[in-house]
Write a protein that binds this ligand. Structure first.
Ligand code: FE
Ligand code: FE
Ligand code: FE
Length: 168
């Protein structure tokens, strides 16, 4: 347990902690996406990132509604995992010169982010259901669906030419 962290005793404590974690994570993702939009070369990839930036901003608001539905204060806690994924992606972006390899690198980084979100929202929705928070569960499942759709869209873009161009 960290010095300034709240002890986690119950499943409800764990649920709250993980909500705060994903709230922080979504905010970091919203900050990172503009740079990725800027670096994306393929117009379809740029569009996909722009669409997901809007979704991400709405997901932050949706999480505030989740906190509200639980009667809990809106709060974030540092997510070491998203900080790591984003800093690794930025490091790779800094090392890539070729624009087509850049697109492949951006997709790889973005999919790592989406997969983290998918695992977290899946767990959060399951915890919410178990704890009897039906409204929160519905909101969390809505975001889970968006993250899964984003992941699928990125897989499609990679398969539809980004990887082939990067290999050429
Ligand atoms: Fe998200
Ligand atoms: Fe985390
Ligand atoms: Fe996402």
């Amino acid at each position: 347990m960290g010095l300034f962290t709240t002890p986690i005793k119950t499943l409800d404590d764990l649920f709250t902690h993980m909500l705060q974690d994903i709230y922080y994570a979504e905010q970091q993702i919203a900050k990172a996406l503009p740079k990725m939009i800027d670096k994306a070369g393929a117009p379809a990839l740029k569009q996909a990132f722009e669409k997901h930036l809007h979704e991400t901003e709405a997901q932050v608001t949706r999480l505030e509604a989740v906190f509200g539905s639980l009667g809990k204060p809106v709060k974030g806690v540092t997510c070491a995992a998203i900080d790591g994924i984003i800093s690794e992606t930025k490091e790779i972006m800094g090392d890539v010169g070729d624009p087509e390899v850049m697109d492949a690198a951006l997709i790889a980084g973005a999919q790592a982010v989406e997969h983290y979100e998918i695992t977290r929202y899946g767990t959060l929705a399951a915890f919410a259901k178990q704890l009897g928070h039906a409204e929160a569960a519905g909101l969390l499942e809505k975001t889970l669906t968006e993250e899964s759709a984003t992941d699928a869209a990125l897989t499609k873009l990679a398969g539809a030419g980004v990887n082939r161009k990067a290999a050429a």
